[in-house]
Design a protein around this ligand. Structure first.
Ligand SMILES: Cc1cc2nc3c(=O)[nH]c(=O)nc-3n(C[C@H](O)[C@H](O)[C@H](O)COP(=O)(O)O)c2cc1C
Ligand SMILES: [Fe+2]
Ligand SMILES: [Fe+2]
Length: 404
């Protein structure tokens, strides 16, 4: 795709990766992704903001054939999907200066073989004039890595936010359709930003001190309705858990599945929303998204070689790493003779600030007394969730009328 003008002399460039299906060797990409770079043409100087995944350098190189030579390369974030084409750019433009913060410089020296002479290190809030356009650097640590920063362009009220507000969505549209982008942006938040919820809220407050008409993230479409994604981020990072049970499970011979089936109905009968995931086929992004608002996690697993099934252990490990704001957790499942499944899951979830509810572990096939225990668990969850809000549908955000 050619350079696309967002506003006067500010262009979206980079690569739309329609076919990529896995990111960071971990994150499924059902809708592909993009690596966005931006080009700002000033009356005196030109700046390129971020680069592309090195595998897609040819796209960026072709786009730069049509643009004047950049004087500055602003590097917001050292992860290679944005900084990876820097060595090729430095070779192609011998006068190009890298502008980044001190942490990013140290990390770039670690990750890419770059000559120390090519850097101009900037401080938080510092500005760089391109003539009739000014770049203001705003440090936004932990969205995604500690060095991550954003750039605000006051003349056009654009925030270039890097991974912050991004979405893994390949689209031919320049600007985001809120209905199309919502799920992908939420998944992206859940997978990448959720572990840093408090820092996300601080960074929202920091960047919204500036008037913003557009947000240009480094993945997915540009927002020309920035309030929509800012409100969504406040909800995801700061909203209270809701009346939702996230129920990931695995079952080898159906005993645990019978328990999961029973609990699903028992919870639904008590007005609790159940988001249920078979771990043999789960999309980790959907599971992560569910954790954003789940009041309770119930993990269903048989006992395998004295502990949880490896797929359940992986789900517990992932939930622990993502640090959702979930309040309650427990384990249900079937075993044959003995094991330490519950203790292992509790250890794997040790960073979650949750109250562990009484687990329901059943020897072999579940019987009447076991289903009654599951009913009691459903009673307990419904009671614990009494003060939590009902699940709020994405549409309540997505369909909010545009103000102003
Ligand atoms: C590979 C394998 C390893 C197992 N290891 C244990 C174990 O260490 N301790 C135990 O109590 N049961 C063990 N079991 C028995 C299962 O936990 C038991 O059959 C349970 O009912 C399976 O639940 P499911 O039908 O939901 O798969 C094992 C079963 C399999 C297939
Ligand atoms: Fe990143
Ligand atoms: Fe990224």
């Amino acid at each position: 795709m050619k350079a696309r003008e967002i506003c006067d002399n500010v262009y979206l460039i980079g690569h739309v990766d329609w076919d990529r299906r896995l990111f960071d060797a971990l994150i499924p990409l059902p809708h592909g992704t993009s690596y966005n770079a931006y080009f700002v043409r000033g009356s005196n100087k030109n700046a390129l903001i971020d680069t592309v995944d090195p595998a897609k350098w040819a796209t960026l190189a072709g786009q730069l054939d049509e643009l004047p030579a950049p004087d500055y390369l602003i590097i917001h974030h050292v992860e290679q999907d944005h900084s990876g084409s820097t060595p090729m750019l430095l070779e192609r433009f011998p006068e190009l200066t890298i502008v980044c913060n001190a942490k990013a410089k140290a990390m770039l020296l670690d990750h890419l073989a770059i000559d120390d002479e090519r850097f101009q290190v900037v401080a938080d809030g510092e500005t760089l004039s391109l003539g009739d356009k000014t770049l203001t650097f705003v440090f936004t640590p932990w969205v995604h890595w500690p060095e991550t920063m954003s750039t605000w362009l006051p003349e056009d009220k654009i925030l270039f936010s890097c991974d912050f507000f991004g979405s893994h969505l390949a689209t031919s549209d320049l600007f985001a359709d809120r209905h199309e982008v919502y799920d992908g942006a939420k998944r992206y938040y859940a997978e990448i930003m959720m572990p840093f919820g408090p820092q996300v809220l601080k960074n929202i407050d920091k960047v919204t001190q500036y008037p913003i008409k557009y947000i240009g993230p480094s993945h997915g479409p540009v927002y020309d309705d920035p309030q929509f994604i800012i409100d969504a981020y406040r909800d995801w990072a700061g909203g209270e858990p809701q009346n939702i049970v996230c129920l990931p499970f695995v079952s080898m011979h159906e005993s645990t599945r019978l328990m999961v089936d029973h609990l699903t109905v028992a919870l639904a009968d008590r007005g609790v929303t159940v988001e249920r995931f078979d771990l043999t086929t789960v999309d980790a992004g959907e599971l992560a998204s569910s954790l954003v608002h789940a009041g309770t996690i119930v993990l269903g697993t048989p006992t395998v070689l004295t502990g949880p099934h490896p797929l359940a252990a992986n789900a517990a490990f992932l939930a622990n790493a993502l640090r959702p704001r979930t309040r309650f957790a427990t384990v249900i499942g079937s075993y044959g003779w003995a094991g330490r499944t519950v203790e292992s899951i509790q250890q794997l979830m040790d960073r979650l600030k949750v109250e562990f509810l009484e687990p329901v572990m059943v020897k072999g096939l579940p019987r009447t007394a076991d289903f009654e225990a599951l009913d009691r668990l459903a009673d307990t969850i419904a009671e614990k969730h009494r003060d939590l809000a009902q699940r709020r549908f994405a549409d309540s955000l997505v369909c909010r009328p545009v103000v102003g």
